[in-house]
Design a protein around this ligand. Structure first.
Ligand code: FAD
Length: 401
C-alpha cells in the first residue's frame, strides 16, 4: 500500500516529500501534479523568468532524477479528480490510488477577469504558472502596450519587468492606492514614486470596466471613462486557495482548508500545507501565500506524519524585486495602529506597531533593517519607535538592549 500521497507538486508538496525522505521515512511516497513539469519555484515567474534572464530548468526545485533516486513516485500532468475518504483512495485518471496519509498541497488559483468584460480574449494573461508566462512571452516585446490590472506585488513586479523591457506600461488599481491590502501608505508611496520614475502610467482609484477586441484584446475602457489601446493585459487581482477537492470530499473549509495546529484537516488521515491551508494563529485563523510558509509548514507536517506532534509556528517573511529595489518584509502587519519610517531615498524602512509591540518591517534596499526587525519580531521583542526613527541609531544596538 502506498503510505503517503501528496496532491500538488508545487513548492509545499516538493518540500514535504523531500523532508520525509531526509528524515528517514522509508514508506511509499507518491507526489501527484497536474502541471507537466517537475516542481518549480514561482517567484521568478514575475521577475527574472519573465524578463528572459532565467531558463525554465533553473526554476526547478530539484532535477527530475532526484525523485527517482529518492524513491518518490512523481506523477506529472495528472490531476487528482477525487478523494474517497471511506476507502482512503484518490482518483487519478482510471486509477484509484490508496493512501494511509493524504496531503493536500494544491496551492491557489488566480482570480480571473470575467468573460463578460472581455477576460477570455486572447492577449489577457494571469501570472501563476510557467505555461502562463510562456504564453505571454511572444508579446512581451519593446514598444508593446501592456495594461496591468491590480496594484499588488504581482502586478507591480510585472510592471517593473515590462518597463525594463521597453514596453509602454499602464497599471490600474481600482482601490484608492496600490498595495492597499498588504502595506502601509508609506510603503505604497515609495513604490508609486519608483514606478512613476520608470515611466509607468500608474492610475489609482481607477478600475477596468471592460476589454474589447476581435478575438484578441485591443482596447481597454477604464472606470473613469477613458479608453486606451492595448496589445496585452496582465491580470494580478489576487488568488484564492484551491479548496475544490477538499470541499468535494466534505473537509472543513475556513479561508482555505482548515487544519489544526499540527496541520491535520477535519479528517485525521488528511493533512494540508502551503497556500491552500489555514491554520490556528493568535486565536484566529491564518493563511499565508509565500514560499517560506510553504516550505516551513510542509517540513513541520512531514515531521508530524512521522509522529513528531509539533505545532506549526510561522516565522513570516516575504520579498519582492522591482527594478533595482529589493523589498524584504519581516512579520505580519495585520492590526497595526501606527508606523514609523526610517531613512529615505532608495534605502528606507517602514516599521509597524500595535501599541508598543513591533509587528512587522518593510525594508526597501535596507537589509540591516530587515535583519534586525526579523530578529526582534521572532524573539518577541520590540524597539522604541523614536529610537528606530532616529537616523543616528545603529540598528544593531537594538538587538542587545
Ligand atoms: P503551488 O506552488 O501553487 O503548488 C500547487 C500545485 O498543486 C500546482 O502545481 C497546482 O497545479 C497543483 N494542483 C492543484 N490541484 C491539483 C490536483 N487536483 N491534482 C494535481 N495537482 C494539483 N512568494 C514569496 O514568498 N516571495 C515572492 O517573491 C513570490 N513571488 C511570486 C510570484 C508569482 C508570479 C507567483 C505566482 C507566486 C509568488 N509567490 C511568492 C508565492 C509562492 O510562489 C507561493 O506562495 C507558493 O508557490 C505556494 O506553494 P504551494 O505548494 O502551496 O502552491
Amino acid at each position: 500500500m502506498t503510505a503517503v500521497v501528496v496532491i500538488g507538486a508545487g513548492q509545499a508538496g516538493a518540500s514535504l516529500v523531500a523532508r520525509l525522505r531526509d528524515a528517514g521515512y522509508d514508506g511509499g511516497i507518491t507526489l501527484v501534479g497536474d502541471e507537466p513539469v517537475p516542481p518549480y519555484q514561482r517567484p521568478p515567474l514575475s521577475k527574472k523568468y519573465l524578463l528572459g534572464e532565467m531558463t525554465a530548468e533553473r526554476l526547478y526545485l530539484r532535477p527530475e532524477r532526484y525523485y527517482t533516486e529518492a524513491g518518490i513516485d512523481l506523477r506529472l500532468g495528472t490531476p487528482v479528480t477525487g478523494i474517497d475518504r471511506a476507502a482512503r483512495t484518490v482518483t487519478i485518471g482510471d486509477e484509484d490510488l490508496p493512501y494511509a496519509h493524504l496531503v493536500l498541497a494544491t496551492g491557489s488559483v488566480p482570480r480571473r477577469l470575467p468573460a463578460a468584460i472581455g477576460g477570455d480574449l486572447d492577449g489577457v494573461h494571469e501570472v501563476r504558472t510557467l505555461s502562463d508566462v510562456d504564453a505571454m512571452r511572444p508579446g512581451f516585446i519593446p514598444g508593446a502596450r501592456v495594461l496591468i490590472v491590480g496594484g499588488g506585488y504581482i502586478g507591480l513586479e510585472a510592471a517593473a519587468v515590462a518597463a525594463a523591457r521597453g514596453m509602454t506600461v499602464t497599471l490600474v488599481e481600482m482601490t484608492e492606492r496600490i498595495l492597499g491590502r498588504v502595506a502601509a501608505p508609506e510603503t505604497a508611496d515609495y513604490f508609486r514614486d519608483l514606478h512613476t520614475r520608470h515611466g509607468v502610467d500608474l492610475r489609482e482609484g481607477v478600475g477596468l470596466e471592460r476589454l474589447s477586441g476581435d478575438g484578441r484584446v485591443h482596447t481597454a475602457r477604464l472606470g473613469d471613462g477613458s479608453e486606451i489601446g492595448v496589445d496585452m493585459v496582465i491580470v494580478g487581482i489576487g488568488i484564492v486557495p484551491d479548496t475544490r477537492l477538499a470541499e468535494a470530499a466534505g473537509l472543513e473549509i475556513d479561508n482555505g482548508v482548515a487544519v489544526d495546529a499540527q496541520g491535520r484537516t477535519s479528517d485525521p488521515a488528511i493533512w494540508a500545507v502551503g497556500d491552500c491551508a489555514s491554520f490556528p494563529h493568535d486565536g484566529a485563523r491564518l493563511r499565508l501565500e509565500s514560499v517560506p510558509n510553504a516550505i516551513d509548514m510542509a517540513e513541520c507536517v512531514a515531521g508530524n506524519i512521522m509522529g513528531a506532534g509539533t505545532p506549526y509556528v510561522p516565522k513570516p517573511w516575504f520579498w519582492s524585486d522591482q527594478y533595482d529595489v529589493k523589498l524584504q518584509i519581516a512579520g505580519l502587519n495585520a492590526g497595526y495602529d501606527r508606523v514609523v519610517t526610517r531613512g529615505g531615498g532608495t534605502a528606507m524602512s517602514v516599521w509597524y506597531y500595535k501599541g508598543d509591540r513591533l509587528l512587522a518591517v518593510d525594508a526597501m534596499n535596507d537589509p540591516r533593517a530587515y535583519m534586525v526587525g526579523k530578529r526582534l519580531i521572532e524573539a518577541g521583542k520590540t524597539a522604541d519607535p523614536g529610537i528606530v526613527a532616529d537616523p543616528a541609531t545603529d540598528l544593531k544596538t537594538l538587538l542587545t538592549s
